[in-house]
Ligand binder design. Structure first.
Ligand code: ADP
Ligand code: MG
Length: 344
């Protein structure tokens, strides 16, 4: 006779639950950078300094000049589902911050070695905490400027399966590079500095002027080949720059889309750009574009995936046609020569 006894059901302890949840939020080093920088932006920072070594596998440090966290709140920031950004379920329908799930810091701290130093403007001194694999090792007063600095190292040291699945340092670093470029393009008022292995890769001026960031990211020559797009229609606002066809690329990587300030992947916008550039680009070529879309937060569900890279909008079809029309009219107004099919 087969024995069919199942062990009794038990609620997992917080540390185990956290390690499991971490797998969804922190997939690779770029996820850590994304979460930390989003927190800096939510904190109102206008200076974000990102410094990584070894493709972010060795270390990631994000320093901001935002509002900081009070000493009393700092331990809370590392508790799961603890957030200062929403108060109740109703707030989920009108999210204006990038974060709201209260999962990033506890998740990162569960699978890495993390040190935070933070200070609010009201406080005369800062506070630091050192957490490793979810265990608090040390904490106390710290001398630091107003704002927050978080250093993450030994990512996935206690989850070897995850660590093994990471790609090379240069691949992981490249993903971080792409993300930082996109965030800088989407937030032109913020000064971003990105340093990899001690070398400065990006410094955006924080002037609020997208062409300045375009020049910092793509170079002056490319920036001069970008055309402004601005439309407001039926409560959807589109603002950004699209490249002349000669600036085309072989991947969609240089298409940057933000919805309400959040960098997202949007099939809808990709399709709209394809519509707009039809006849101007050869097959397999994609435009360079930065498009910032604003619509009322009730029209948006950002809570469909823990990493929030994908979102759901009420009006995808409307958006597609609006983006396509706006971009096409900008391209039409500048005298462009269509490519002859088959000739690059
Ligand atoms: P969420 O961003 O979803 O609220 P996180 O785990 O990312 O959750 O952060 C938890 C809380 O810690 C935030 O709600 C915020 O109050 C605080 N916090 C995190 N990072 C920063 C930062 N760089 N500056 C100020 N406060 C921060
Ligand atoms: Mg967050």
């Amino acid at each position: 006779r087969v024995e069919r006894t199942m062990p009794k059901i038990m609620v997992l302890n917080e540390q185990t639950a956290c390690r499991i949840a971490a797998g969804e939020v922190v997939e690779r080093p770029v996820s850590v950078v994304k979460e930390l920088v989003e927190n800096s932006l939510d904190a109102g920072a206008d200076l974000v300094n990102i410094s990584i070594t070894g493709g972010g596998i060795e270390s990631i440090t994000v320093v901001d000049n935002g509002c900081g966290i009070s000493q009393e709140d700092t331990p809370l920031a590392f508790q799961r589902h603890a957030t200062s950004k929403i108060k109740n379920a109703a707030d989920l329908d009108r999210i204006t911050t990038l974060g709201f799930r209260g999962e990033a810091l506890p998740s990162i701290a569960a699978v890495a070695d993390l040190t935070i130093k933070t200070r609010t403007p009201e406080s005369s001194e800062g506070y630091y905490m050192h957490i490793r694999g979810g265990n608090m090792l040390d904490s106390g007063p710290a001398g630091c400027p107003v704002g927050t600095s978080i250093k993450v190292k030994d990512l996935f040291y206690n989850t070897p399966a995850r660590r093994k699945y990471l790609k090379s340092k240069s691949t992981e670093g490249g993903l971080i590079n792409d993300l930082v470029y996109k965030m800088a393009l989407v937030r032109p008022r913020v000064r971003f500095v990105f340093i990899h292995n001690g070398r400065e890769v990006l410094r955006s001026p924080g002037s609020g002027n997208i062409p300045d960031v375009l020049a910092a990211v793509y170079g002056l020559r490319a920036a001069k080949l970008m055309l402004p797009v601005n439309v407001v229609e039926a409560g959807i606002e589109i603002d950004g720059y699209v490249g002349k066809p000669e600036l085309s690329r072989s991947t969609r990587q240089q298409i940057t889309v933000a919805v309400n300030g959040r960098t997202v992947r949007s099939t809808t916008v990709n399709l709209a750009l394809e519509d707009a550039y039809r006849g101007l680009l050869t097959v397999g070529r994609h435009p360079v574009a930065v498009l910032s879309i604003r619509l009322s937060p009730e029209k948006l569900d950002v809570n469909i995936h823990p990493a929030k890279m994908e979102i759901k909008m009420d009006r995808e079809e409307e958006l597609r046609s609006l983006v396509a029309r706006a971009v096409r009219s900008v391209l039409r107004d500048t005298n462009l020569t269509p490519v002859i099919s088959g000739v690059a």
